[in-house]
Design a protein around this ligand. Structure first.
Ligand code: OXD
Ligand code: MN
Length: 584
């Protein structure tokens, strides 16, 4: 078994598996075929070993709670590397170590690392089967939590094996090791189509199909294709006339991407609807000349705290069954998961995310997650799983900003739109390790995920868009602006549909807009503001000319760091914007 089955699939896979088996020395090799029996049996053996908690079967059928190591709770960008031959290939936004040097270092760390453990071989497909989007991966892991999570978020098994037979796949290795944070590496070798993670078993670092392959490696490979590989949500919006609009949006981690992907129109929006294509990653490809988006993933790995009927009823629906919760709290009386925001009052019988009865601060980790199949989403777009995807009509950018950035504004042109994406900055949150609340440059929300020099990435955007027959409009949105009193000006969540409506009307050339130096903003008459006051709307759309010039100054050193490689057309756009602000 095991090895023999692998030999039948492909020579390359057989050689890879033998090579790493000899290096890491597991006691056994197990090929995962993606069946329910495998999933159930791995979960059961984890429950028996007390590394997984089975939740209340009546209230949460087939759901589990997993508690990660206390030092392994978020993506760690400081330990994430792009390892190419030349430093310039990785660019100033990535940690870089020369490919060979890093490989040799990791190979010595991997030596014997799986002794006494099973090495699972997890073949997966990203994107719809047999389509222009299909891409393959194989993850070798010693961690059963990683296996069952991968089985949810990627298409593991038959469809994948069919493709892998041709030997064309990205190889990922995840070795749990000691989880010593000082020896943690998440290393990508895009030129070798290889990812190696050591000493982390947490989501984004360890589920290698997601950030590792579907973003970092695939973005690198996309340079030679008419393809944009993006950290984006994507929805299909339907208006009361039945007309549909494809909207994608790049939002840095925890800037409201999942909630927008799962939006429910407000009560007074009769006839409007929104259907989900993707909550986290979109691949946008020119198909027959048109920009078409797909979701390469098969499941969600979303942040839980704050989720309730009001904020995201659709996410609650998804996580009711067949879900792995990670690092949420446990209501021991009912054996059900709990998190801040689930109910107003915390139940008395709570164990925190690490299993402590007595604790200070939060009960669920702020970056606690749910892992559920996307098929459980109640309102999936028909484009999900289709070979051609969803036509893109608008591209949004949006970072969490408490000041300066208006609720919504529209770019004047495609190049201006790319500049807006390139200038994206957001206040940091709990999705990664590091300080919270600092403003960071995060172009197109891809800074942690772009597998090559971002100066080339900006140029790639333009090249693809120039060839597109459909020209999407670009917008920037910000749900997080605060008023002079320090309170949020915009209610967010379902109310964001009012902004989406204006965007669809801009696509149709209907809604009126006012020209400002930074772009078009809605005229008061054209925007349905819901229940907020006129004063709040004015503040939300206010353009602080001086503040914007400071914003441009703050972005400049970031752009400068790309040196000669930064496209000239992007600098031209930057200075055009600066001139508009100065002469306004
Ligand atoms: C994520 C992230 O986990 O962006 O999706 O951090
Ligand atoms: Mn993400």
């Amino acid at each position: 078994m095991g090895i023999e089955e692998i030999r039948e699939i492909s020579d390359r896979l057989y050689e890879d598996v033998i090579k790493y088996k000899e290096l890491m020395k597991p006691i056994e090799v197990v090929l995962i075929k993606g069946t329910k029996e495998e999933y159930d049996s791995i979960a059961k053996s984890m429950v028996d070993k007390k590394t997984l908690i089975k939740l209340n079967e009546k209230e949460y059928p087939n759901c589990y709670l997993y508690r990660s190591d206390r030092n392994d709770v978020a993506r760690s960008e400081e330990n994430t590397y792009i390892c190419t031959k030349m430093k310039d290939e990785a660019g100033p936004t990535n940690n870089w170590v020369e490919e060979r040097e890093m490989y040799e270092k990791l190979a010595s760390m991997l030596s014997g690392i799986m002794e006494g453990k099973v090495m699972y071989v997890v073949p997966y497909l990203l994107g719809p089967a047999n389509s222009q989007f299909s891409s393959y991966g194989v993850e070798l892991t010693d961690n059963p939590y990683v296996v069952i999570s991968q089985m949810v978020i990627a298409n593991v098994g038959k469809d994948a094996i069919e493709g892998i037979r041709k030997g064309n796949y990205v190889l990922g290795i995840q070795a749990t090791g000691t989880l010593d944070p000082s020896k943690k590496y998440i290393a990508h070798f895009p030129e070798k189509k290889l990812i190696i993670t050591v000493n982390s078993a947490y989501g984004g670092n360890a589920l290698l199909s997601k950030k590792g392959q579907a973003l970092r490696i695939e973005s690198y490979l996309a340079r030679n294709k008419e393809l944009l590989v993006e950290h984006m949500m994507a929805i299909e919006v339907i208006n009361p006339d039945g007309k549909t609009y494809g909207i994608t949006g790049a939002f840095p981690s925890s800037s409201g991407k999942t909630n927008l992907a799962m939006i429910e129109p407000p009560k007074d929006y009769k006839g409007w609807d929104a259907r989900l294509l993707s909550d986290d990653i979109a691949w946008i490809k020119l198909i027959d000349g048109k920009l078409m988006a797909t979701n390469p993933e098969y499941g969600f790995f979303g942040v839980v705290p704050g989720t309730n009927e009001k904020t995201n009823a659709n996410a609650l629906e998804v996580m009711k069954h067949d879900t792995i919760f990670t690092n949420v709290a446990l209501d021991t009386k009912n054996n059900t998961p709990w998190w801040e925001g689930k109910t107003e009052k915390m139940p008395d019988s709570i164990e925190d995310w690490q299993g402590n009865r007595h604790f200070e601060g939060y009960a669920a980790h702020p970056n606690s997650r749910f892992t559920s199949p996307i098929s459980q989403y109640p309102k999936l777009s028909k484009a999900y799983g289709s070979k051609t995807g969803l036509e893109v009509n608008a591209i949004l950018f949006g970072g969490r900003r408490s000041t300066l950035v208006p609720l919504v504004y529209q770019a004047y042109s495609m190049e201006h739109g790319i500049l807006i994406g390139a200038m994206l900055r957001a206040e940091s949150t709990a999705a990664t390790t590091g300080k919270i609340g600092v403003i960071k440059n995060d172009p197109m929300a891809m800074r942690p995920f772009c597998g090559y020099n971002m100066a080339d990435y900006f140029d790639h955007w333009r090249k693809v868009l120039l060839n597109a027959k459909n020209k999407p409009l670009f917008f920037n949105v910000n749900w997080f602006r605060k008023g002079r009193d320090g309170a949020f000006l915009w209610p967010g969540f379902g109310e964001n549909m009012r902004v989406i409506k204006w965007i669809t009307e801009r696509i149709d050339g209907k809604a009126e807009a006012i020209e400002t130096p930074i772009g078009y903003v809605p005229s008061k008459e054209s925007f349905d503001k819901g229940s907020i006051s006129d004063g709040a709307l004015e503040e939300l759309l206010e353009i602080d000319r001086k503040g914007w010039i400071e914003e441009l100054d703050a972005v400049k050193p970031f752009f400068d760091a790309f040196g000669e490689r930064m496209p000239k057309w992007l600098w031209d756009e930057y200075y055009k914007l600066r001139d508009r602000l100065i002469s306004w």
